[in-house]
Design a binder for this molecule. Structure first.
Ligand code: PMV
Length: 344
């Protein structure tokens, strides 16, 4: 049992290049952002476990004793195991989620219960623990979107900037401190559906879609090379190449069918301010990234943000290469974060 409150934080992440292609064995580059999600674990005397996810409107409580009485023996297999459809059904029963409910809030509750019932908590994490967190996060991803590549959980666990291909991860040495604008179009989409639609387009037009995936792979490799060069001496020419790669990849992603009018709008607004954007992640709405060159003046960035906000989007200016999932004592966390959590 916990004796005092404990904070855990995890970085936001974006895929710079290689989304979708990574599902088909190609290279992806993913980075952790200096925008973090905080979780406070608080001890309770009442024998209850509560889950409060204010951003998606979840506040639910379970009786620990009754959870323990349930037949969840399938979760007690020591190491991480792949969740089967039968186990998923069992979890739904435990969570009180109806058979046909598969929206993101219900899936978040299921992922929480799955992890809660399976993992014992620790206050300091070793390399081995991080490996385990990464494996569990991957299984959480499977609950949420079926057949993930593994890139999202890897970058959230390890942080920094990663090259990912078929489960093989390598960290980019000294990635440059790139600044980006992260824009949330607020258009909901299902990663599972979008991944499936790319797969069926690949099956339907292999001669057209396979070269697109190969080209996206080459974009990731070229981006990695440029980021490597920038570690020594970043120059304006490097930013020009990064911008060209962003534009080419955005066109490829549109050809894969994972674009959206809201993402086109983001690219259009950015372009009007001399900036370059692409979707990040599954597409079909969701988030996009815009590269912020170091020569940009503050007012230009502000004007871009204002225009995007007027279109109904949310924007955050941030930088890449943040630490991965971390555990903190409550006292060591920023006062603003503590206040926000107190206000929940
Ligand atoms: O949108 P997200 O954060 O779920 O990212 C999905 C990235 C994909 O490449 C489309 C899928 C995957 O599992 O890698």
């Amino acid at each position: 049992m916990l004796s005092e409150a404990l904070m855990v934080s995890a970085p936001g992440k974006v895929i710079l290049h290689g989304e979708h292609a990574v599902v088909h064995g190609k290279v992806a580059l993913a980075v952790a952002l200096n925008l973090r999600t905080f979780l406070r674990l608080q001890p309770h005397n009442g024998g209850k476990v509560g889950l409060n996810l204010p951003n998606i409107g979840i506040k639910q409580t379970w009786d620990v004793a009754s959870l323990q009485r349930l037949d969840t023996s399938f979760l007690e297999q020591g190491d991480v195991t792949v969740i089967t459809p039968e186990q998923m059904e069992k979890l739904k029963e435990v969570a009180g989620v109806r058979e046909d409910c598969a929206d993101h809030t219900h899936l978040a509750v299921l992922a929480f219960l799955y992890l809660y019932l399976s993992i014992c908590r620790k206050q300091r994490w070793t390399e081995e623990d991080l490996e385990l967190i990464n494996k569990w996060a991957f299984q959480g991803e499977r609950v949420i979107h079926g057949s993930p590549s593994g890139v999202d959980n890897a970058v959230s666990t390890w942080g920094g900037a990663l090259r990912y291909q078929q489960g093989k991860i390598s960290s980019l040495k000294r990635p440059p401190a790139l600044k980006i604008l992260l824009t949330n179009t607020k258009i909901p989409r299902s990663t599972k559906t979008l991944v499936a639609s790319v797969r069926s387009r690949l099956l339907k037009f292999p001669g057209i879609v396979a070269p697109l995936l190969t080209s996206i792979d080459a974009i990731s490799v070229e981006c990695e090379r440029v980021l490597g060069e920038m570690a020594a001496a970043p120059g304006p020419e490097h930013y020009l190449v990064l911008e060209e790669l962003i534009d080419m990849n955005q066109h490829h992603l549109n050809a894969l069918g994972v674009g959206h009018a809201s993402l086109d709008r983001l690219c259009q607004v950015a372009r009007a301010h001399g900036l370059h954007s692409k979707l990040t992640g599954a597409g079909g709405g969701g988030c996009g990234i815009t590269l912020l060159r170091p020569d940009l003046e503050g007012p230009e960035v502000e004007a871009t943000k204002q225009e995007l906000t007027r279109d109904g989007f949310d924007c955050w200016e941030t930088s890449i290469g943040a630490p991965g999932v971390s555990v903190h004592s409550a006292a060591s966390v920023d006062a603003a974060v503590r206040q926000a959590l107190d206000g929940l």
